[in-house]
Unconditional design. Sequence first.
Length: 220
Amino acid sequence: MESILVFAPHPDDDIIGCGGSIAKHIQQGNTVAIVYMTSGEAGSLQYSPEQLAQIREEEARRAAGSLGVTAITFLGNLDGYLEYNKENLDRIVTIIRSQKPTLVYMPHSHDSVPDHLATHRLTVEGCRRAAGPWFQECGGRPWAVKNILGYEIWTPLQTIAHCEDISDFIQLKLDALQMHKSQLEHIRYDEAIQGLNRYRGIMTGKGNYCECFQLIKAQI
């Protein structure tokens, strides 16, 4: 059994980027935990930020739960204003040392959305710090993450280093994403990612539907 840790800028980014891989990990007997950097409270004009945060957190719990994930953390940063700062870095280091993941997923380094880029930068540095004998305020023993992958959300990757066949899990992924109803009312992310995953499957020849990743770190 391996421990997998997913860092997501907003609720639904985890499903969009690696929902099929999450389901595959669960079926293989691995444990998966998800950390949401924000609660996505800026993602609609129909609700107040407080109302939308509650709605989106519940949508995230239901969606992740449908894939078999029960370990979920919301860090509560302001949606659209995610900062690279000491508080966020310390929390990420603490989580990594506590969870001891062998594999970490995060947004890739060329995504065009600022919160996505901030999540990438925070997580890469958090993994580096967690591995060393530093930052005693974060607690725990040093933990080195062996493998780190960057997933696609808003901006497709130009160079692919890892491809995962999710053909057997594409419907689970789409069903989970469709639980984020507050977001699909205006933008059909489910149709977009189904098309991208189909494109990846065809163009790589690895399966009918695939999720593709940037390789940030690999220990073989």
